[in-house]
Design a protein around this ligand. Structure first.
Ligand SMILES: Cc1cc2nc3c(=O)[nH]c(=O)nc-3n(C[C@H](O)[C@H](O)[C@H](O)COP(=O)(O)O)c2cc1C
Length: 139
């Protein structure tokens, strides 16, 4: 099972989630690759599960300079794809993730787990939740 994780993170919270998710997936025997979105390549789509991470930015939006264009570039390739979404947020209510999850579903992606949101950095129980999420992706 190959899990590729692509994320954007401004202050490291979503990056920390990505690395914890990696730990959880690896604990179940998956081969996991983690990349910041500015290093993503077409070949990264060659995987069983694509996990994408982006915090809530703008006003409940995906980060607009790198991540939104990346996700838009994937739109035609999401039908039938096994996808997982995660990210950190601050003062909001998680609306960006609801919108993003709906967008992915409407494009035909198969969401393999409930999208994972963490308020600011994943500490303590939240770190464990990220690891469990990574393990659950692998099944
Ligand atoms: C420019 C900017 C816009 C933001 N907009 C939102 C927002 O609309 N809703 C929210 O809950 N948090 C918002 N945040 C807070 C971030 O989502 C939060 O700090 C998150 O932990 C950042 O994750 P990162 O460390 O991976 O960059 C915003 C932060 C910045 C810098």
């Amino acid at each position: 099972m190959k899990v590729n994780i692509v994320y954007w993170s401004g202050t490291g919270n979503t990056e920390a989630m990505a690395n914890l998710i990696r730990q959880g997936a690896e604990s179940k025997g998956a081969e996991v690759q983690v990349k910041p979105v500015d290093q993503a390549q077409d070949a990264d789509l060659n995987c069983d599960i694509l996990a994408l991470g982006c915090p809530s930015m703008g006003e409940e939006e995906l980060e607009e300079t790198e991540f939104e264009p990346y996700f838009a570039s994937l739109e035609k390739q999401l039908a039938g794809r096994r996808l997982a979404l995660f990210g950190s947020y601050g003062w909001g209510d998680g609306e960006w993730m609801e919108d993003w999850t709906k967008r992915a579903r409407d494009l035909g992606a198969e969401l393999v787990a409930t999208s994972l949101v963490v308020n600011e950095g994943p500490e303590g129980d939240e770190a464990q939740r990220c690891r469990e999420y990574g393990a659950a992706l692998v099944g």
